[in-house]
Design a protein. Structure first.
Lengths: 218, 218, 218, 218
DNA sequence: CATGAATGAGACTTCATTCAT
DNA sequence: GATGAATGAAGTCTCATTCAT
């Protein structure tokens, strides 16, 4: 792996573990066993490293939250589709959790990054709307257009904030993958009131699935 | 006003404006036109100032989210009660927004504060549940016990994270009181699917109220 | 007791326990439960407090190391006289140990104090010579004038430095009154080679006395 | 010379001249014309610099106070051997005088250093005993085992404390190499009563040597 | 590409001392 | 005599960043 990529991955690891504020560029270099000078050869400053991490994140976001092509959908039960989206959401949230933990700070320092972030969020929003439309078209949920907009926004917010929200409530030891399954259950709770009869069955199946995973990891 | 209180208020103002990370103890002292020594006469370190701010916040939280006594309730239409709670939520969120913007960072640095925070959240949670129970008893919403728990959690999360969530989406200029009215509308959206017919009417009334305020402030 | 004296005694206690460097004027005031302003009403600065302590010390030094009048001497066996001097030396050293622990520092900061110190030492030196002369005249020790000068100087040095010397060698717990008895034994060791037969007997008696005390305190 | 070593030497110089307490890390950096950041690149804190100085001192102590191998001894008159030890003692004391001037303070702040110091003193003590045994075996001094122990301790104490003791007695101008020759004379005074006839002659020769040096430097 | 010593602004904090009451 | 809030210079240390090799 190239040094530039190693820096991005090493920084991400340390940021997630210790918070961006507590990790200096020297920490990153030491962690990778390279010199600070070398780090600054690849990145002009700390901000650029964060930008590099964000670019990876945006790339993953783009790939994962593309509404499926029709032919693919028909090959897959709706519940599977929802499952894969939920998994994606929380996997990303977990892998880049340092970012959400300091979002206002990080974005306020870097106008360029803020613009990239906003753009990514707009694209994501469109994709989420399309995805929810698919679910409605499949008869899993039933609601008006403006209700669908609102639901999507709530879901996006729950997904974006879940780890932060839980981190604050729990002790350090409890912050594990477990809170991710609980986040998924919470999202299903948000959707359930809008579900059709058919949708409700599938949601209950998913709930059972995640509940067993929570139990298993205890 | 006593210097100690001036420090707490001045620090809160600066933290909200610029982020806690970007405000040094010297900034606070200069802002209040006192010497750094004087600041440290009243607070042993920066952490203690943050603790002082938090104590104010917890105090307000306690007072505002107490379920109303029955006699008070009967004198007030339910919609007014809900209005006052919504106002409280977002006023607090706005007044102490620096805190939520850096929650993981701030709590991870100070175990004592983390415990105070957790305790305050537990008390808040109990009060929120009691308040929602009142709404159910008043026939505004209809749902099972476990659904009520889930709804309360979603509402708490939306309230806690709204400003963060929006801050990230919007440009600096747009972060004004306006986003608060949008947050209230978003919370009403979360509640609406659970509303009874009677409840729905009242929610629509509130929505109209906030929508007019948003329009007015543009 | 007057506040001024309480300050001197309180400062002495804290200095001995923690070292002068680690005790601020605020510590002293807090220890005595008075205000810093009050402390500075009685003493213009920290240096003056140290001067006050020194004056007490010099006063005690003067009283204790006066050669006895002839009539008093004849009423007291020589061994008793030596015992009382040895006790005095180490009691002073112990009570003002902070002072000797930082002698160069303290004196270099305050020319006035340095002069007082030098003067006190000169007076002490004369008294010690006189005392040793008495012992020689009593037939306890036998030596030439220049040897007597050298012996006195060695004894003075051992007494002055003993606590410092031992403090450095031992762990904190071991620094107790015990090291004082050991210091007395060391001084007797210095004198013994010069003792007459009669003197040697008395020295052995004193050694036995201190050795039993060391044993007792273990 | 490497920067790390320059820092150690520069700090030692300044500490000896002004006392460790009065020399800040900024003073050291300014003295060497390097930035404070550079100083902290090489040493994590002021304590580590003091540790570095001590390590140099301990190293010299170890080398200089090794009892001579028999073959070396036979090639050298005893008086020369004693002369070289005395020179070593006072050269070290002089070169590291700041350390002894603040021993209790410095050691109480740094447990690790205290342990290193104690260990060095134990090794030194063993070497001193061996050296004194050699002198006894060479017929320079005559005494019992326990007397030899006591004598060694007195000599160690005189050597350790001499500069402190004299510093306090004299004005700043008088604190020069001169007091070192006086210290050597004082140590000879301590040994003389135990000397054999042969030893006494050699001691007198040494005394004459140092006395002429004292005279010369006035 | 890579090293690692070096920079310097500035963060947090301490503490002897002052002064209005 | 006494209070206690206030001062401000200065000390220790950090860290993003640079640059000669």
């Amino acid at each position: 792996m190239k040094t530039k990529d190693r820096i991005i991955l090493g920084a991400l690891t340390l940021f997630n573990q210790n918070g961006e504020r507590n990790i200096t560029t020297n920490h990153i270099a030491a962690h990778l066993e390279i010199s600070p000078g070398n780090l600054y050869y690849h990145f002009g400053n700390k901000e650029e490293i964060i930008n590099g991490i964000f670019d990876n994140y945006a790339q993953e976001l783009k790939i994962r939250f593309k509404p499926m092509a029709e032919e693919d959908q028909s090959n897959m039960p709706s519940v599977q589709i929802m499952l894969s989206y939920l998994d994606s959401i929380f996997e990303l949230m977990w892998n880049y959790r340092f970012f959400y933990a300091n979002l206002p700070d990080i974005l306020s320092r870097d106008e360029k990054l803020k613009q990239k972030y906003t753009q990514a969020q707009l694209a994501l929003h469109d994709n989420l709307i399309a995805i929810m439309n698919n679910f409605r078209d499949s008869g899993l949920i039933a609601l008006e257009d403006d209700e669908l907009q609102a639901l999507t926004k709530t879901l996006h917010l729950v997904a974006s904030c879940w780890i932060n929200y839980q981190t604050a409530q729990l002790s350090d030891k409890e912050i594990t993958e477990n809170i991710i399954y609980q986040g998924m259950l919470q999202m299903l709770n948000v959707v359930r009131p809008m579900a059709t009869e058919q949708g409700r069955e599938q949601i209950l199946a998913l709930e059972a699935h995640y509940r067993s995973r929570v139990a298993a990891s205890c």
